[in-house]
Design a protein around this ligand. Structure first.
Ligand SMILES: C[S@@+](CC[C@H](N)C(=O)[O-])C[C@H]1O[C@@H](n2cnc3c(N)ncnc32)[C@H](O)[C@@H]1O
Ligand SMILES: Nc1nc2[nH]cc(C(=O)O)c2c(=O)[nH]1
Ligand code: SF4
Ligand SMILES: [Mg+2]
Length: 212
């Protein structure tokens, strides 16, 4: 059984695939925060910008089989043009994404991208793995296509992650508004990138353009 908060067609907003049309499938639940505001400040991950509780979002639901969920996701791709892309996110997608679902998406011609916090080792077969380490959480998944660290995090400085094996290294400014703070972290982040040029800036472009 898979629990999905929401599924929708949009553009990937972040990282190395930013701008690319994709179907997003957001799984319910996370291992680093309950999703309840009263637990935010005492959680390992405190700055999350996402509602991942329940199955009540747009096109959300519970799916008994990998094939049923793959068919649901594939139905949002608009037609035969281009290589279809699905982004599995959450919550924490690696609590639910498994080999049968990977195989069912590949069987439908999809490239599979995943956004994970890196605390759970990824299954084989993911085509674009984005790992985004969180605070003091141990990093188990140390390779992939991109490491995309939200910056700044006092418990997770960029220096801690240079001994990993990713094709691309991004710093993404922390959006402080979900936790009720104002102020921009963009200038701090671009200054760090310019001083440490192994890192590139990732902006959350969907928030700039106003899409999901
Ligand atoms: C909501 S998370 C879901 C996937 C997974 N649990 C993770 O943390 O990578 C999706 C992406 O949004 C990023 N993110 C979450 N809250 C953010 C915030 N307040 N500012 C900037 N990026 C944020 C995460 O680091 C991650 O790269
Ligand atoms: N457009 C868009 N791009 C995204 N990239 C990662 C997202 C996520 O929440 O995982 C996200 C999202 O929520 N929307
Ligand atoms: S690990 Fe990801 S989904 Fe979980 S609370 Fe943090 S940003 Fe949100
Ligand atoms: Mg998001």
């Amino acid at each position: 059984m898979y629990s999905v908060k929401e599924a929708f067609y949009t553009l990937q907003g972040e990282g190395g695939q930013a701008g690319r049309p994709a179907v997003f499938c957001r799984f319910t639940g996370c291992n680093l925060w309950s999703g309840r505001e009263q637990d935010r400040s005492t959680s390992i991950c405190t700055f999350c910008d996402t509602d991942f509780i329940g199955t009540d979002g747009q096109n959300g639901g519970r799916f008994k089989t990998a094939d049923a969920l793959a068919a649901h996701v594939a139905a949002f791709w608009p037609g035969p043009e281009g290589k279809p892309l699905v982004v599995f996110t959450g919550g924490e997608p690696l609590l639910q994404l498994d080999t049968p679902l990977i195989d069912a998406m590949h069987a439908r011609g999809f490239m599979i991208a995943v956004e994970t916090n890196g605390t759970i080792e990824a299954p084989d077969g993911i085509d674009w793995l984005c790992v985004s380490p969180k605070g003091r959480a141990p990093l188990k998944q140390r390779s992939g296509q991109e490491l995309k660290l939200v910056y700044p995090q006092s418990d997770a400085p960029p220096e801690r992650f240079i001994d990993t094996d990713f094709e691309h290294y991004y710093l993404q400014p922390m959006d402080l508004s979900p936790a009720g703070h104002d102020g921009s972290t963009v200038q701090q982040t671009l200054a760090y990138c310019m001083a440490h040029p192994r890192w590139s800036l990732s902006l959350q472009t969907h928030k700039i353009t106003g899409i999901d």
